[in-house]
Design a protein around this ligand. Structure first.
Ligand code: SF4
Ligand code: FE
Length: 485
């Protein structure tokens, strides 16, 4: 069985020789860094739960390549059932971590590249799909974490890649020889980059003939020479350096984003999956984005479950749980959260097989799913803040609570319902703060807006997929303008 334990995963990260910077310093031991470690714990949870028989149906799958049991994050979806289980797995992971658990980007990348390389080979006579399948076999057999890297810095948005003042603002092929290619550029806000074994790069948008050097997809070990990682800041990140538990809100888990630089990096041909076939870059982007928009119908819902739970506990701790408006707000949060989930399940159950055999989601419904995610978590967060109360953002620190002189004042004056310890109330307030304004808010709020593409990107896809002409025809028939078919 190709499943690693969580501690084997941690050990495997320690063997990586990655170039990581944070706060202007090179970080040698990123695995034990207090700011980075919570994000690694989130990924480690995907290993832990896969070996827990209560969750094995969601967390593992039978590999279509080897027939072995593999972690679902390394699996190529073989049915609509697989697509549905993917979303359920992500909801579970969100519930267990209350953070972005990062491993989805690799899963979404391999599924998108699988079908696109198959179709490229069929049309162009290339051999990308064979290479790619042997790569997927490698990551399945070794239970690896893959960072799916799509988003380029993009410079001036009004200009195409080849028109930029600096040609490196989109990642591109700068040289090639009989051994492979050399690439230069960067990938921005890369989720989970600094706890992945591999980085799998895709183009950031549909390319034209002039931009053919930018139509490139490949995979490399994350510590390949020339790759530099610069850790992204998160709100309240330095609280993790204070050595206390309450003030971080979520002491164990977190997410992670990084700016990844490719400084003339060599890629052997065996790991190149697209090189200048620009006419297929649009399909790759569309499918990766589609899968990741489906993903949000699971992960954000799981985190939402924790936030709804935290709001309800706060109502208990504040003594407001019986107020009808509070009850109604919690019902509203549940309704919004389950609406997000409904779209994640719907786009999965309406999936279909691509020519490679790998299943794709219904792209219209996946884009509607993500469009909802750009809105509802904000409303859920607003209602959670309403129920929690303003103390969430004015409360003194854990060190004050522990202080021999002033601690008793905190105990006394921050008390809610008499039977609830003040520390519990403080913990729950910090959790709500973490999810709505702190480190986890990267994943729950701003990432809900911009992750997997900003809202307008979904609206473009919705208009492309919606078949408005068909709807007009329906209206014309019912209105008696056109005859019925
Ligand atoms: Fe996974 Fe959600 Fe994080 Fe994307 S935002 S990597 S889907 S947990
Ligand atoms: Fe994301």
């Amino acid at each position: 069985m190709a499943l690693k334990t969580a501690s084997e995963y941690l050990d495997s990260l320690r063997r990586l020789n990655m170039t990581v910077y944070m706060f202007g310093e090179k970080i040698d031991n990123f695995v034990d860094h207090p700011i980075i470690r919570p994000s690694i714990n989130s990924v480690a949870k995907s290993y832990e739960l896969a070996l827990d028989e209560r969750y094995s149906d969601l967390m593992t799958a039978e590999s279509s390549i080897t027939g072995e049991t593999v972690n679902r994050f390394c699996h190529l979806h073989q049915s609509t059932g697989d697509l549905v289980r993917k979303v359920k797995m992500q909801r579970l992971m969100g519930q267990k971590t209350a953070a972005c658990f990062q491993r989805c980007v690799g899963m979404d990348a391999i599924n998108a590249i699988d079908s696109v390389t198959f179709e490229m080979d069929r049309k162009l006579g290339t051999e990308y799909h064979r290479r790619f399948r042997s790569y997927v076999k490698y990551i399945q057999e070794n239970d690896l974490v893959v960072d799916g890297a799509m988003t380029d810095p993009k410079g001036d948005r009004s200009l195409r890649p080849s028109q930029q003042a600096d040609p490196d603002l989109y990642l591109r092929v700068v040289r090639e020889n009989s051994d492979g290619i050399v690439v230069r550029g960067a990938k921005a806000h890369q989720t989970g980059a600094i706890n992945s074994h591999e980085i799998c790069v895709m183009p950031t948008m549909a390319m034209t003939g002039e931009d053919r050097d930018y139509a490139v997809s490949f995979a490399l070990p994350s510590d390949a020479p020339g790759i530099i990682y610069i850790y992204g800041r998160q709100s309240c990140d330095t609280r993790k350096l204070e050595g206390t538990g309450i003030d971080v809100g979520n002491a164990r888990y977190g997410g992670q984003e990084a700016l990844v630089i490719f400084e003339d990096v060599f890629v052997p041909w065996e790991r190149v999956f697209m090189c200048r076939e620009y006419e297929f870059s649009g399909a790759l982007v569309e499918r990766f984005a589609g899968y990741h928009r489906q993903s949000y119908g699971g992960c954000k819902v799981g985190v939402g479950d924790v936030l709804i739970g935290a709001a309800a506990v706060m109502a208990d701790f504040n003594g407001t749980a019986k107020a009808s408006h509070v009850k109604d707000k919690i019902i509203e949060m549940i309704h919004l959260n389950e609406t997000l989930y409904s779209c994640g399940i719907a786009c999965s159950s309406q999936g279909f097989p691509t020519p490679s055999g790998t299943y794709l989601i219904d792209l219209l419904l996946a884009n509607v799913c993500k469009q909802n995610v750009t809105r509802y978590p904000y409303e859920i967060a607003r209602l959670a803040e309403d129920i929690a109360g303003g103390l969430m953002v004015t409360m003194p620190s854990e060190k004050d609570l522990r202080h021999p002189q002033i601690g008793p004042y905190i105990e006394k004056y921050l008390k809610g319902v008499a039977s609830v310890p003040t520390e519990h109330r403080m913990r729950m307030l910090r959790l709500v703060e973490n999810l709505t304004l702190g480190c986890a808010a990267v994943g729950y709020r701003t990432e809900s807006m911009h992750g997997a593409g900003s809202p307008q990107a979904q609206r473009v896809m919705i208009s492309r997929q919606a078949n408005l002409e068909h709807k007009k025809k329906l209206a014309r028939v019912i209105a008696g303008i056109d005859p019925e078919d």
